[in-house]
Design a protein around this ligand. Structure first.
Ligand code: PGA
Ligand code: ZN
Length: 424
């Protein structure tokens, strides 16, 4: 059972405070979890509690969230069986008592939820992916490397937030990691040769001031070929448009032009025709349900359409989307919903409904690698954790190398099968 719960304020990859939690069990098992933080957060995400005291960390301190763990959440779960994750999480949700976890903060609650799972895994003497996924956890994911950063993650002029390399043609996860990394380095050379800056954005991708979003995809194709791979067959492309960020009063502002949703959908159809794109995330804004339906009807049979700000890892919002026939894939971010149980519920709902699921980091990350274990535990087959560079990003990719090694002969790389709609 759970003996003690500790918490502290630490820094994330952007230099902002975040919550770290430690859980001790009566058998001496001890585990630690740290909570990530977004920049292009969806309006419907669970609440991230910050102190708002301008005298500390420009208002971004998380001392209140830490106190909530120490004074309320910890005592609420002490003496509970750590392996009863559903009861632990239900107890945490009840201790907060609000629909969006705004009293104690999803950052406080998630830290406890994840640390309990890790302590229970330790107590069972199992790796986290095995403890959570059971004997059938064996699928290594396709890593989606975000190699060009725009939008809220960089100070350049690119509207779209993330440009992915998806090495779907590799035989193993470790080979996909090598391929993506080789193209990442090649891309840097290509950008430099064309006179663009090669400074990095928040997720470790380059942040060049490209004249258009289409140009980003062209650079990826060039870099893939230059590195000796075939675009589409070996390495496909993906986008996180994060369209909510450039949507105002029914108008999308992209490439210095105003677009209505129909025009934007046509634009996406052109991109899918011209480039080997396997996945597009948040192609439209988080509230634009009717147009999401049009988009899904137009492109949903050819490409994965991922809901991030749209679904916010919330089983209720996802159920609504499934009923309406909107999107065909769920982005999974543990801190959008705030407990492990609700996260796993959202993933199972997606999987039961013919939706794919992509595990995801946040733009503000830590050395915590829980999502690497989660993607294998759920056999989801896809993960995005940024570029294959910067420690908070590669921590996840490196953890997957360890899991691949641990699984040995049992490991299966998801490859193309992770993207059932991609037929190009
Ligand atoms: P965020 O971005 O972590 O800044 O919200 C990631 C995403 O939009 O997928
Ligand atoms: Zn997103």
């Amino acid at each position: 059972f759970i003996e003690a719960v500790g918490a502290r304020e630490i820094l994330d990859s952007r230099g902002n405070p975040t919550v770290e939690v430690e859980v001790l069990l009566d058998d001496g098992s001890l585990a630690r979890a740290a909570v990530p933080s977004g920049a292009s957060t969806g309006a419907f995400e669970a609440y991230e509690l910050r102190d708002g005291d301008k005298g500390r960390y420009l208002g971004k301190g998380v001392q209140k969230a830490v106190e909530g763990v120490l004074d309320v959440l910890g005592p609420a779960i002490e003496d509970l069986d750590a392996s009863d994750q559903r009861l632990v999480d239900a107890t945490l949700i009840e201790a907060d008592g609000t629909p969006n976890k705004s009293k104690l903060g999803a950052n406080a609650i998630l830290g406890v939820s994840l640390a309990v799972a890790k302590a229970a895994a330790d107590s069972a003497d199992l790796p986290l992916f095995r403890y959570l996924g059971g004997p059938n956890a064996h699928v290594l994911p396709v890593p989606l490397f975000n190699v060009i950063n725009g939008g809220e993650h960089a100070d350049n002029g690119i509207d779209m937030q993330e440009f992915f390399l998806a090495p779907i043609g590799a035989d193993t996860y470790s080979e996909s990691l090598r391929w993506g990394t080789e193209v990442y380095h090649t891309l840097k050379g290509e950008l430099k040769a064309a006179g663009f800056a090669t400074g990095l954005g928040d997720e470790g991708g380059f942040a060049p001031d490209l004249p258009s979003n289409r140009e980003g995809l062209e650079f990826l194709v060039k870099a893939i070929e230059k590195a000796g791979f075939t675009p589409g067959k070996d390495i496909a492309l993906g986008l996180d448009v994060a369209a909510t960020e450039f949507f105002n009063d029914g108008v999308y502002r992209l490439d210095q032009k105003d677009w209505n949703a129909e025009q934007l959908i046509e634009y996406y159809e052109g991109l899918v025709r011209d480039f080997p794109i396997v996945t597009i995330e948040d192609a439209l804004a988080e509230d634009d349900w009717d147009n999401w339906k049009l988009l899904t009807d137009a492109l949903g049979s050819k490409v994965q359409l991922v809901g991030d700000d749209l679904f916010v890892t919330n089983p209720e919002r996802l159920a609504d989307g499934i009923k309406r026939g909107v999107a065909n894939s769920l982005l999974v971010k543990v801190n959008q919903i705030g407990t492990l149980t609700e996260t796993l519920d959202a993933v199972s709902l997606a999987q039961r409904s013919g939706y794919t699921a992509m595990l995801s980091h946040r733009s503000g990350e830590t050395e915590d690698t829980t999502i690497a274990d989660l993607v294998v535990a759920t056999n989801a087959g896809q993960i995005k954790a940024g570029a294959p560079a910067r420690s908070e990003r590669v921590a996840k990719y490196n953890q997957l190398l360890r899991i691949e090694e641990e699984l040995g002969e049992s490991a299966v790389f998801a490859g193309r099968s992770a993207f059932p709609r991609f037929t190009a």
